[in-house]
Ligand binder design. Sequence first.
Ligand code: UD1
Length: 430
Amino acid sequence: MEQYVIKGGNPLVGEVEISGAKNAALAILAAAIMTDETVLIENLPDVNDINVMLEAIAGIGATVQRVDRHKVKINGGTITDFNIEYDYIKKIRASYYLLGALLGKYGRAEVALPGGCNIGSRPIDQHLKGFRALGAEVDIEHGKIVAESDHLRGTHLYFDVVSVGATINVMMAAAMADGLTIMENVAKEPHVVDVANFLNSIGANIRGAGTDVIKIRGVDSLHKSEYSIIPDQIEAGTFMFAAAVTKGDVTVLNVIPKHLDATISKLNDIGCEIEEFDDAVRVVAKGRLRSTQVKTLPYPGYPTDMQPQIGVALALAKGTSTITESIFENRFKYLDELARMGAVIKVEGNSATIEGVEKFSGARISAPDLRAGAALCIAGLATDGVTIIDDIEYIQRGYEKFEEKLRSLGGVIERTASEKEIQKFILKVG
Ligand code: UD1
């Protein structure tokens, strides 16, 4: 087991290059198997979740050729198996995107049913509703989703819940269905748009991604392309909050500022100065942060994946703040860890009231999930003492070179693999 050990107290200062969006990449890799020609995907983030997805794709017989850390060639023409094992689903829920991709292309897919996860129960009823509306027979058998159809047909579908996963999964299947599919009440996240753009680049006919209604005219076959994934708005937002809580001055490079609107607006509310450029955003924090109210919502609202990061900032802000988590029911676990560092927080149902404190004190804490883990690192960087964070494999699932990037901004953070290494770090930093 590895840990991050952090000696806080330095303001983070400088520029940091943001990687490709993990959540867009996961779906695009699945969609890439839908053509028998070779697809080149660029700006792939080099993180563990992506490697697992590539293994899942290779596992069903697709040809996967890693050109370099950020580029991969995929050819779905060699697929021999339509079955995604539980091992992959257990590691990354997003391997369920292969359900939509395989069903659309071959009319058959078997994917282990994902269970709940650390942030909530996460049902997939809307995915299944969409596949059924396209004419597929969908059964749950022995812990597996089995979807089959001789002939997928376009449909008019209204999602009961705004879901990123269901929007993307059903969009992939509909891309090769017969006729027109109209999907209403869809998710508008930047990665939904990126997946639609990718599918269009291989010959799909999808309009309206980024609005509430997506229209898909099915096509018979898809073809090769070269595609570059959008920057990761959540990674960018994480570094922007790192600047805020350490009273730093950080410019995130290679971003699409429009995707960061909700984050920028909240950073403004809590007293940060923001400068926007064509493909960069600078965050400057001077003095103590201010309290605010925030509620997580589907895009363009404030993202649930940025909730722990603002939670850390508000725990240090002057005054009383509230956070309402309206997407996932179990996303406040990190607040118990923050409380161990001295934060003053009361959680009731899906809302948390936070009385800001002037300082955290270093403690040994655990990362409860990916984003919360990154947020707790930021908390450690804002603390004078030493913070030790266990269970960092969550963080490595989704942040490329996290500690290197923080170090390049002046953060004192190291990855350790034993108690001895932790003690060595503590002796070194005094
Ligand atoms: C994706 C992101 C995740 C992010 C989330 C919300 C990926 C790989 N993951 O997850 O990082 O936190 O969007 O922005 O892109 N729901 C249902 N039925 C369904 C599907 C979802 O009730 O069939 C509910 C969920 O429980 C949740 C809400 O809808 O309350 C939104 O979930 P969804 O947008 O589907 O999240 P994911 O796609 O799983």
